[in-house]
Design a protein around this ligand. Structure first.
Ligand code: SPD
Length: 357
């Protein structure tokens, strides 16, 4: 028995020594569970050099993961089992996450750089007083097109996409709200319509677009359009800006019937383990010079009005990506339509995708 106790004590001692060595090794690299921050963001939505800079400046290691839709992001966070300290949902999803008690209120005293955000992007209906969220990027949904491939075809309306000459030429965002929204807008209905007859009508109309749809894709859209493998894309404005930077022949238009104005904001989900570092990272991204560098890299529109002073003139005066308040007022922001309606949008979108096969 004595031998057994002795062996047990030796094993315990060795384990403790090993644990101390491992934790010392981790902290000598500057990392321990206390100084990591885990970020969950859209794909291609940050200049990775800034992640390194944040790590160097603060000694906090960044773990970075990406998602490609609001729905996928929310499902993962709601399921639990993750330790995201920051996520970047769009407006309607922020409202939904708040409703489902998935967000932690922000401590504004730790976000002094919030002063640089343009008032137009603060205190919006999906998050009054910015209790839970801080603006990251904003933009529109529209059509990027290649006039060279389209000869003289005019593209200014959603309905132009139904032209039979566009067979197999269109790429669509893999997003239920964007695609069903396009169907609704093309019929003159609101992007937040919940009338079942209107939604079915929009889905039927979308089914007739099928011959023109080459693919429903995510971040690959940019490469396919820039390489002229398709002539048209339903895209978020920042992707259009990026594609047009790669291929100057392309252009971007927000259709005459109207479209979506969206806001992606940083939030701290309930899954957060390092709330202090989350605030630090958010404040870092709000610094005007950092925000300017990130904007130039990502190509989306920044809500940081001070950052505009650090950016190239031609970028900030391009009305296609910094539309006037008069134009943005005519666009619609997605509303949180509630669980049942959002599920119905998803169901119709899935049926539309199946219809293509
Ligand atoms: N590649 C980054 C894409 C981010 C776009 N977010 C837009 C969401 C609009 N609801």
């Amino acid at each position: 028995m004595k031998k057994l106790i002795h062996a047990f004590l030796v094993v315990m001692l060795v384990s403790i020594v090993l644990l101390v060595i491992i934790s010392k090794l981790n902290s000598s690299h500057g990392y321990s569970s206390g100084n990591t921050v885990t970020i969950y963001n859209w794909g291609d939505y940050i200049d990775e050099e800034l992640i390194e800079r944040f790590e160097e400046e603060t000694g906090t290691k960044v773990i970075y993961e990406t998602f490609d839709s609001n729905e996928a992001m929310m499902t993962k966070i709601a399921q639990g089992g993750t330790t995201y300290d920051i996520a970047v949902p769009s407006e309607y999803m922020i409202d939904k996450m708040r409703e489902e008690d998935l967000l932690i209120p922000l401590d504004h005293s730790k976000l002094p750089n919030l002063q640089y955000i343009d008032e137009r992007f603060m205190d919006l209906p999906f998050d009054p007083s910015n209790k839970y969220s801080v603006p990251y990027f904003w933009g529109t949904v529209g059509i990027v097109y290649n006039p060279k491939l389209l000869e003289d075809m005019e593209i200014s309306s959603w309905n132009d996409l139904w032209n039979p000459e566009l067979k197999n030429q269109i790429l669509l965002i893999d997003g239920a709200r964007e695609v069903i929204g396009m169907g609704l807008n093309s019929l003159g209905y609101s992007l937040n319509d919940t009338n079942k007859d209107h939604l079915i009508e929009a889905k039927r109309k979308l089914d007739t677009l099928t011959p023109n749809v080459k693919a429903i894709v995510g971040d690959e859209t940019r490469m396919l359009l820039a390489n002229e493998e398709a002539a048209i894309g339903l895209v978020w404005s920042g992707d259009a800006a990026d594609i047009m930077w790669e291929n100057e022949d392309l252009d971007y238009v927000v259709p005459i019937e109207g479209s979506n104005l969206w806001f992606d904001n940083m939030v701290i989900p309930k899954t957060a383990k390092n709330i202090e570092a989350a605030h630090q990272f958010i404040n870092f991204m709000l610094d005007p010079e950092i925000a300017a560098q990130n904007t130039e890299y990502v190509s989306y529109s920044t809500p940081n009005k001070e950052a505009l002073n650090y950016m190239p003139e031609d970028m900030v005066t391009d009305e296609r990506f910094y539309p006037s308040p008069e134009l943005t007022e005519k666009l619609e922001v997605y509303e949180n339509l509630g669980l049942k309606n959002l599920a119905y949008y998803n169901e119709l979108f899935l049926e539309f995708k199946m219809h293509r096969k």
